[in-house]
Ligand binder design. Sequence first.
Ligand code: ZN
Length: 151
Amino acid sequence: MFDDLRELYQEVILDHSKRPRNFGRLEANNRRARGHNPLCGDILSLYLVIKDGVVEDVAFEGNGCAISMASASLMTEIVKGKGEAEARELFERFHRLLTSDDADPDLLDLDKLAVFAGVREFPVRVKCATLAWHTLTAALDGQTDDVSTED
Ligand code: ZN
C-alpha cells in the first residue's frame, strides 16, 4: 500500500473515531442489539429502524478503541437506506477484505470501508473493526442477547 494512501486511511479512521456519525440512542428503534469485544473492551449498542426490509434509520452508542468506533460510525453511514440483504452482503465482503490475503480488487471496491484494509496486518484488531457489523447482524436477526466477538 502506498504511504500517502495509508495516511489518508488513518485520517478517515481518526476523524470518525473523534466525531462519530449517527452517535446516540434511537428511541424509535424496532431492532436493537448490544455488542462486546472482550479482547479489547469495545462495547456498543446499536439501534435500527427497519421499514419494509430497508434500514430507514440507524444509530449507535458505546465506547472502545478508535478502530471500533470509526468502524461503527462508517457502518451506520453506509447501511442507512440499504436493504437488509445488501447490508448483510456488505459485511461478508468487508470481512473477507479484513481476513483474506489475496488483494482481490473487487473486495477493495467497498467505498469507505476500504480504509480498514490496513487492519488486515493486525489480526487482533479485526474483531474491533467487525464488532459493529456483528452487532448489526444480531439486530437484523432479532437477537436480544448480547453478542460477543468471542462466541
Ligand atoms: Zn478495539
